[in-house]
Write a protein that binds this ligand. Structure first.
Ligand code: HEC
Length: 284
């Protein structure tokens, strides 16, 4: 195989594919932000935490009205009850913080295992280690628990580190690749909708900018509330949303907490570095 690649490169047939630029997350982030700042002049960085409401005035007015009595509050309270139930475990797993005020540092690359650790992953891992049943990944209890825990990080800037380690860079590249690859019957990438067409309209929806996308997860949605049950029914994690967006283009979604989505979350969250957590969010 190696010989084959060398031969192809010599012929100039693989060109860019082999000799692609060195992974440079800091440079990517600079360009990513600059693109949106140019596209939406005058919108300050922190406004991107508010999705479409940061860039569309009429939707913003509706959202501000919703936020007067946020529909997620009973669900966050339920999340806090769960937190209290498990806090003795969290003290063991997360040290002094007991899991509070840590949202902005997740997901992170763990150099011991070579894995990407998401907050949901760390929580379920902790529960299992302490003899509890792990919670379902995408909604309900875990989403409510993370909504509460994330809310204890509100105001703290997202701070994802991609260390200069081959394995971390490979995770980052994998996520970046997912983000920019066209997929599904509609043959659209995340970037086609949330970068190229951000602020534009698709059916009845305005498309949010990918910058700031992750700051407010888990999210509470009316659509999910109608399908769920109880006060936690409206919540969904970031990976639930990933699955929904993969399905929109008629691509087969990956499993929540699969390596593919962990990689995507790593890249996607890094791109929002510097934006303050404002969880949970409410969306249509
Ligand atoms: C066909 C266009 C389309 C594609 C492709 C697409 N999405 Fe979306 N996405 C939407 C729409 C529409 C919404 C709901 C309106 C909004 O917030 O942008 C949405 C919402 C989201 C949200 C929630 C935003 C918020 O403020 O809470 C995230 C996160 C997201 N998409 C991520 C992705 C990722 C990652 C991909 C690639 C795997 C992707 N999307 C692909 C159309 C798309």
């Amino acid at each position: 195989m190696k010989k084959f690649i060398i031969a192809m490169t010599a012929l100039g047939l693989l060109g860019g594919a082999v000799a692609h630029a060195k992974t440079n997350p800091a440079q990517d982030l600079k360009e990513f932000r600059a693109y949106f700042f140019k596209k939406f002049p005058g919108v300050p960085l922190q406004e991107y935490a508010n999705g479409i409401y940061g860039v569309n005035e009429s939707r913003r007015v509706e959202w501000e009205a919703t936020m007067e009595f946020p529909p997620f509050e009973p669900g966050v309270d339920a999340g806090q009850d769960l937190y209290n139930k498990y806090s003795k475990h969290f003290r063991k797993c997360f040290g002094n913080s007991a899991g509070k005020g840590i949202r902005q540092n997740y997901p992170y690359f763990d150099s011991k295992s070579g894995d990407i650790v998401t907050l949901e992953g760390a929580i379920n891992d902790c529960l299992k280690k302490n003899g509890e049943k792990p919670l379902g990944w995408k909604k309900g209890k875990l989403a409510a628990l993370v909504a509460y825990m994330a809310s204890t990080s509100n105001g703290k800037a997202i701070n994802i580190n991609v260390p200069n380690d081959k394995r971390a860079l490979a995770w980052y590249e994998r996520g970046k690749h997912h983000f920019y690859s066209k997929r599904g019957q509609l043959n659209l990438s995340c970037a086609n909708c949330h970068v190229d067409s951000a602020g534009g309209q698709i059916r009845a929806n305005i498309l949010s900018p990918a910058l700031g996308h992750v700051s407010h997860f888990p999210v509470y949605r009316k659509k999910w509330e109608a399908r769920g049950s109880g006060v936690t029914g409206g919540f969904g994690t970031l990976h639930r949303r990933y699955g929904g967006c993969n399905k929109q283009v008629r691509a087969k979604p990956f499993k929540a907490q699969s390596d593919e989505y962990k990689a995507l979350e790593y890249f996607h969250t890094y791109m929002s570095n510097g934006i303050k957590v404002n969880a949970p969010g409410v969306r249509q």
